[in-house]
Unconditional design. Structure first.
Length: 753
């Protein structure tokens, strides 16, 4: 037997896997994740290594392969657990072991600690005055500036001395040598919110919150380590429940990972946890620099913190006493990786929890169909929070406005008469308004009114979006160009924008409500580091009356002064070619509606739509998740979609369109033949092949067939048994590599579509 190992977990070495022979005496001890000791390099220096794979056939010359020296006894440490988790990710989501390892071991290089240096004056007052006179006499100008400053402060940060007093290192050297000053160094933790104070202050929970906490504690103390779903309406106080669960687990010497979608990971959210748990918290988010991320990761590795808060990458925090993983807003698409391996944080969290003896808590006002289906079937425990946590706060009044009737009544504005009235009332009362539209930019697309053709991206099969008055942008590849004077297809000068984005909505709102102070929050206005927090802080401090934005504004924010929420085009997401479109529409409307009336004043939500009778719109307006779930699960059962069955996707991509088509069709043909033979064997064993429910669909064009000049085809596989689908997927990938175009086409898979 042979073991493939990584010799170090400073993950640059993850790029290289080494092979060693497993001696017969160690075969029973060595497993994936084991820490072993190996002879390394020409000097055969003994090094620690981690086993990432075990195989019978070596890839290298057996004569040149060295033996493993020894294997550590005992249970798997945190690094070993993460390697086992990487193996699980590779088996379930595809990709290579290297890709999986780089996902779970994300610290890729050693980054220098950041130090803060301070100059301390060692002279008493008389000696300092004498030194100042001496510097004046000898005309040491730089030294004089520094010594004079010591009259005001005996400790001066080096950065201030350099930038404001213009003191060079050469000016400091003589003072260091003669004992006039001393340099003091302090390591700075980058990316921290500052010194938080652990107040230990606990909120008073209502009956439903207290029940959810007591149910969790009873299971946890009994050693039950399952998954619990907390389904609570917007504003029901899920965060307070999370903090109580965290407190219970921390009191037992365990550690906690809290996942929050990047879009909701704001200063406002984080500070709620800082006020409760102080400096026991480390934070990760995409806006941190490499140095800041490194510092937060090292704090976790050294045991200096016991809580890691961040997006899905925080799931791999190097905690060796992990007791609880919480996934807030678990329905969010952000928990699904877009890169290979395309893992989902929910299932991966459960896999990590099994390895470390932890439990998982999922929370949402609009749980994913998968999670609620598992809760209904008894796989998950379920807690319900049906009312708002703030005393006197109730769910907002919701009105559905049919925009077809508005048009028939002569109203051509983007604002319905109902929404216009509510906004005017709120502005007069000094209250705040939020307007949600799920599209950034000025106009959805530009089209020629003569020939009807839209302006397309030359590299993708999508139309360009107008930003500002003249800039056209592709939201897929980033291509930009100026708005042409005439139509490229027919030469007509009649080019016009169709649809509305955040930018255009802001302009129209200014026109309609001229005295209102308006802020816009979307991917364009939050590119700069800190800009997202700045906009939220401005709105929170009531420096603006109306906040206009995309999904960013509907995720987890709490503004008590907001009494009106306008959902401008509620059915926009219903028209996407995706079986989850109704689920996403329901979730967006419900989450958006939940932003209004979170304070003492009642809230009003206006849902503007061209499809007012759709069950996703109707149930979202009523904030009735159960009614939506019943309608949607019936549709999924009839159509044979997850979570009723499992579904996987095999994706073919290449700049060579012909090769993509041949590869996709060839793989589909081989797969159909293989599955047919397997089902014949099943029938011969006396089993019913229909129970497996295997269906192969496609190949078909991807929803956007061409992106960045790369063509994309999809092949879908459905079945009732997930483990059988994994075998079919592995067979399909193996067959694809035997086809003539294998070298020209990238083939990947997604097991959670």
């Amino acid at each position: 037997m042979y073991a493939k190992v990584i010799v170090d977990i400073s993950a640059s070495s993850v790029d290289r896997i080494f092979e060693y022979r497993i001696p017969a005496r160690l075969e029973a001890d060595v497993r994936i994740g084991s820490c072993v000791h190996v002879p390394f390099g020409q000097g055969n220096r003994q090094r620690s290594a981690y086993v990432v794979e075990i195989c019978e056939e070596p890839e290298f010359d057996p004569e040149k392969i060295k033996d493993i020296l020894s294997c550590d006894d005992g249970s798997l440490g945190v690094q070993s657990q993460l390697i086992v988790l990487a193996k699980w990710i590779r088996e379930n989501y595809g990709g290579t072991m290297n890709q999986a390892l780089k996902t779970v071991l994300p610290v890729k290089q050693k980054i220098r600690p950041q130090e803060k240096k301070t100059i301390l004056c060692l002279l008493d007052q008389d000696a300092l005055e004498a030194a100042i006179r001496e510097a004046e006499r000898k005309k040491y100008r730089a030294r004089l500036r520094l010594l004079t400053e010591f009259r005001l402060a005996r400790a001066i940060p080096l950065e201030i001395a350099r930038t404001q007093l213009h003191i060079s290192d050469s000016s400091l050297e003589p003072l260091l040598e003669d004992g006039t000053i001393r340099m003091e160094k302090e390591t700075v933790i980058r990316g921290s919110c500052g010194a938080g104070q652990d107040t230990g202050k606990k909120p008073v929970l209502n009956e439903e919150q207290a029940l959810a906490v007591s149910d969790f504690r009873a299971e946890y103390d009994a050693g039950i380590r399952g998954t619990r779903l907390i389904c609570g309406v917007t504003g029901s106080g899920k965060t307070e429940v999370y903090m109580e669960l965290m407190d219970h687990v921390l009191s037992q010497g365990k550690q906690v990972i809290l996942l929050i979608p990047e879009i909701s990971l704001t200063y406002q959210t984080v500070m709620r946890f800082y006020r409760r748990f102080g400096d026991r918290i480390a934070i990760l988010n995409s806006r941190l620099s490499a140095g800041e991320r490194y510092d937060q990761w090292m704090r976790a590795q050294k045991g200096e913190v016991s809580i890691m808060i961040g997006p899905r990458s925080a799931l791999f925090a190097p905690f060796d006493r992990l007791g609880l993983i919480i996934i807030d807003e678990e329905h969010e698409n952000a928990y699904k990786s877009e890169n290979v391996p395309r893992y989902h944080a929910r299932e991966t969290a459960e896999a990590r929890a099994r390895l470390s003896g932890a439990c998982v808590v999922l929370g949402s006002a609009t749980p994913s169909m998968e999670s609620f289906f598992r809760a209904e079937s008894g796989k998950y425990s379920l807690s319900r929070l049906t009312g708002r946590a703030v005393p006197g706060s109730v769910l907002p009044q919701t009105e559905i406005v049919d925009m077809r009737e508005e048009l028939a009544g002569g109203n051509r504005s983007i604002f319905s008469r109902t929404l216009h009235r509510h906004i005017e009332t709120a502005l007069k009362s000094g209250e705040q308004v939020m307007l949600f539209i799920n599209r950034r930019g000025y106009a959805g697309f530009i089209s020629c009114r003569s020939c009807g053709k839209p302006l397309h991206c030359p590299h993708c099969d999508v139309s360009l979006t107008l930003h500002g008055k003249k800039r056209l942008v592709c939201h897929y590849c980033g291509y930009e160009t100026e708005l042409p004077q005439t139509c490229p297809a027919c030469g007509s000068r009649y080019l016009a924008g169709f649809g509305t984005g955040t930018q255009k909505l802001a302009w129209m709102t200014e026109k309609e409500f001229p005295g209102a102070r308006i802020l816009r929050m979307d991917a364009d206005t939050t590119r700069k580091k800190g800009s997202l927090e700045e906009i939220l802080e401005q709105f929170s401090e009531h420096e603006a009356d109306i906040l206009i934005g995309t999904q960013m504004i509907v995720k987890g924010h709490d503004f008590p002064a907001v009494t009106v929420m306008g959902i401008m085009a509620a059915d926009m997401s219903l028209n996407t070619p995706d079986y989850r479109s109704s689920e996403r529409t329901f979730s967006l409307i419900t989450q958006a509606a939940g932003r209004a009336g979170r304070g003492e004043k009642p809230g009003h939500v206006v849902i503007q739509t061209y499809m007012p009778d759709h069950y996703a719109v109707q149930t979202a307006a009523a904030q009735d998740y159960d009614a939506f779930y019943r309608a949607e699960i019936a549709y999924r059962r009839i159509s044979g979609y997850p979570p009723v069955c499992a579904m996987m996707e095999i994706r073919f991509q290449s700049p060579d369109e012909v090769a993509v088509i041949r590869m996709a069709e060839g793989t589909a043909e081989l797969l159909r033949r293989g599955v047919e033979k397997s089902l014949e064997s099943v029938a011969k064993r006396g089993e019913d092949p229909a129970e497996y429910g295997i269906e192969i669909i496609g190949p078909a064009d991807a929803p956007v067939y061409r992106v960045k000049d790369v063509y994309r085809k999809m092949l879908y596989i459905k079945g009732m048994k997930y483990d059988i689908l994994l075998k079919i997927r592995n067979y399909a990938l193996k067959m694809a590599q035997k086809l003539p175009d294998a070298g020209k086409v990238a083939v990947s898979c997604d097991t959670d579509v």
